[in-house]
Design a protein around this ligand. Structure first.
Ligand SMILES: Cc1ncc(COP(=O)(O)O)c(C=O)c1O
Length: 390
């Protein structure tokens, strides 16, 4: 069997840089005690890695206070903390139709069960929101604007700076879901007028699963929606209000933090622009190789400006799921099919009613050879349908 061609980096990056595996192994074998809980040397040393990672990520997002960089299990976890901790009955929130379910579902729960009103700004035919639609939707009770930075379906990058400027002018907290973008395109709290950046560790930051987090700008209020151990000031009856404890509950995934530390270091050393350029070059190659193939439909791939390396398509006459199976079984290509946890954007594309589409997610370890094989494979699948119809 030929070697697996992994084009499912939108779901999680794989493989990880060798340095991530090595550092996690080193950390867990040698420093795998519970950091921040005690004063013995090993515990302090372990805690230093946690602090170093808070500092590293704070700098990565151009934040100012590393204590406001909190770790969570993943983006979904952090998004729930902010959505449920910032909205209450009678509030209004604004999001978009290009969100992942990790935003859509907590918001839906808020509107369905907690009396919060939510508006969803639509994207245009190319997959971008118009920043000027936001102020038109602001109300006196708008308490949160939350936007997916880079789509996990069509890869479009939203104009954060302009949306953030509107939010800033009206004093409305602006949060971004950077699950797909962090590690692929620069994120800058100041430059882009952001109040909260939510990230997951296992995608483009090249860390392991089970670790994510958020940076919260000073002055942003997030109510406690959980409580538990923090390792410090145990006599206090409530959960601690100060950061980072405020948004951290129980023992950290310290080996996950270590892996994330190594992943971010790798991204910084390679250079985020170089990674993006490589991935976009491969995405363009896919687009050029498949755009004129009879029976293949591409979604939002005409202009790849302001895109990350995600590639969405269908083959006429096939369910997306079946294309995925053929790619897997006949070509050893891993991809993701279906609705990609983002039903509203599939409704917008007209792909919801045909059970979704096929997504290739390009990562830093993909090569031109991988892409060439993928192009040939999709062409052959398209020919199967032409042959069957004759
Ligand atoms: C845009 C977007 N938001 C949120 C998530 C959720 O990430 P996690 O499963 O790591 O919480 C994903 C994962 O696919 C995503 O692509």
């Amino acid at each position: 069997m030929t070697q697996l061609i992994y084009l499912d980096n939108g779901a999680t990056s794989f493989p990880k840089p060798e340095e991530v595996y090595t550092f996690m192994d080193h950390f867990y074998r040698n420093l795998g005690v519970n950091p921040g809980r005690s004063g013995y040397d090993l515990c302090l040393e372990s805690g230093e890695i946690i602090d170093a990672t808070r500092k590293q990520l704070t700098k990565f997002f151009n934040g100012t206070d590393y204590n406001r960089l909190c770790f969570s299990y993943n983006s979904t976890d952090a998004l729930n903390l902010i959505i449920n901790g910032m909205l209450e009955k009678g509030d209004h929130a604004i999001s978009t139709t290009i969100e992942h379910n990790s935003v859509l579902r907590p918001l839906f729960h808020q509107s369905e069960y907690n009396g919060v009103e939510v508006d969803y700004i639509p994207v245009d035919s190319k997959g971008f929101v118009d920043p000027d639609d936001f102020p038109k939707t602001f109300k006196s009770n708008t308490k949160l604007v939350i936007v997916n930075h880079a789509s996990n379906v069509i890869g479009t990058i939203q104009p954060l700076k302009e949306i953030g400027a509107h939010c800033k002018k009206h004093g409305i907290p602006f949060a971004i879901d950077a699950s797909q973008s962090a590690g692929k395109i620069p994120i800058d709290l100041e430059e882009q007028n952001l109040d909260i950046v939510v990230f997951t560790g296992h995608k483009s930051l090249l860390g392991p699963t089970g670790i994510g987090g958020l940076y919260v700008r000073e002055g942003i209020e997030i109510r406690l929606t959980r409580a538990g151990g923090t390792g410090v000031r145990s006599a206090v009856r409530t959960h601690l209000f100060e950061y980072p404890y405020r948004l951290e509950y129980g023992t950290l995934n310290s080996v996950g933090v270590a892996g994330l530390h190594a992943g971010v270091k790798w991204v910084e050393e390679k250079g985020i622009e170089n990674i993006h350029e490589h991935e976009m070059q491969l995405t363009k190659m896919l687009r050029d190789g498949l755009k004129d193939v009879d029976g293949v439909t591409l979604y939002c791939m005409d202009d790849l400006t302001d895109h990350i390396g995600l590639f969405l398509f269908n083959v006429d006459g096939f369910e997306a799921l079946n294309v995925g199976t053929i790619l897997d079984v006949d070509y050893n290509i891993a991809c993701r099919t279906g609705l990609h946890c983002a039903p509203l954007i599939h409704e917008h594309l007209g792909t919801a009613e045909i059970h979704g589409a096929v997504r290739f997610g390009i990562g830093p370890f993909n090569t031109e050879e991988h892409i060439d094989t993928a192009i040939q494979a999709v062409k052959k699948i398209a020919q199967m349908r032409t042959a069957a119809s004759h």
